[in-house]
Write a protein that binds this ligand. Structure first.
Ligand SMILES: Nc1ncnc2c1ncn2[C@@H]1O[C@H](COP(=O)(O)OP(=O)(O)OP(=O)(O)O)[C@@H](O)[C@H]1O
Ligand SMILES: [Mg+2]
Length: 248
């Protein structure tokens, strides 16, 4: 039996050791999967991905990557374990150019390697490549997210975690970003994302988890979650019997 790409079990974590926010979260991501975490505001979704990313202290439980224990590994050392993280806010330096933003992401790499991978990542995203010397501040919200993802890709992560990548984007920009995120798993990486845009996110995901009050509530195949009336009611803003057809 091979290990999951990411496996988290019994995660207790928070911003103060005496005040846990997560009360024993369990979650896994396999290679080639997009897995989405949904749940109400304050559920602990961001806290969970930050805990896995080494940015929030874990007081109990275990995080493994390909079966290797990385629990509590600080963020700057997780890149070497194949973990990339795109945080919820402030993920590009607006006063730096697109090129410079990417170079920052590769700062842990030898210079020549960073340059090679910057070119490689830009070749995947022509919309960025043609503007590499422009300031990131001129990019649209969707392009900034693309840049933040491109930067995370510099260290060639096997697990890419994204916290609300479509926040503030138009439905069209969000759809484009979801396409780009789907592409990330084609070569065997895994994606774990947090989304408010629950319905659209589940439609492009393989599996999902519902968190509430720092606990696992429901999880399963994305299609099953979409069809689950309990979730429709509580988390997707659909009252039973009033589900309306949606464009796109
Ligand atoms: N830096 C922080 N210091 C102390 N408490 C925090 C901090 N960040 C979040 N919290 C608290 O942790 C709990 C979970 O917050 P978290 O940000 O993980 O929720 P979330 O599910 O991501 O919510 P949202 O949907 O609003 O992004 C909340 O009660 C919040 O007030
Ligand atoms: Mg959050």
């Amino acid at each position: 039996m091979s290990a999951h790409l990411l496996e988290a079990t019994g995660i207790v974590a928070g911003y103060r050791p005496d005040l846990p926010i997560l009360h024993g979260i369990a979650l896994y991501v396999d290679e080639g999967e997009v897995v989405t975490i949904i749940g109400p505001n304050g559920a602990g979704k961001s806290t969970f991905v930050k805990a896995v990313a080494g940015l929030v202290g874990i007081t109990a439980g275990r995080v493994t990557i390909d079966g290797r224990d990385v629990t509590g590994r600080p963020a700057h050392r997780l890149a070497g374990e194949g973990v990339g993280f795109v945080p919820q806010t402030g993920n590009v330096f607006t006063t730096l150019t697109i090129q410079e933003n990417l170079v920052v992401g590769g700062s842990a790499l030898p210079r020549a390697e960073a340059v090679r991978r910057t070119d490689q990542v830009l070749s995947i995203y022509p919309a960025l490549a043609s503007r590499r010397s422009e300031k990131a501040g001129v990019l649209s919200g969707g392009q900034r997210q693309m840049l933040a993802i491109a930067r995370a890709l510099l260290t060639q992560p096997r697990l890419i975690m994204l916290d609300e990548p479509t926040a503030g984007l138009s439905p069209m920009a969000a759809a484009e970003l979801f396409t780009l995120i789907r592409d990330l798993v084609k070569d065997g990486a895994g994606v774990l994302m947090v989304e408010q845009n629950a319905k659209a996110a589940l439609r492009m995901s393989d599996r999902g988890y519902v968190l509430a009050e720092g606990e696992n509530r429901i999880d399963g195949r994305a299609a099953d979650l979409l069809a689950n009336p309990e979730i429709g009611e509580i988390f997707l803003g659909v009252r039973p019997g009033t589900a309306k057809a949606e464009g796109g």
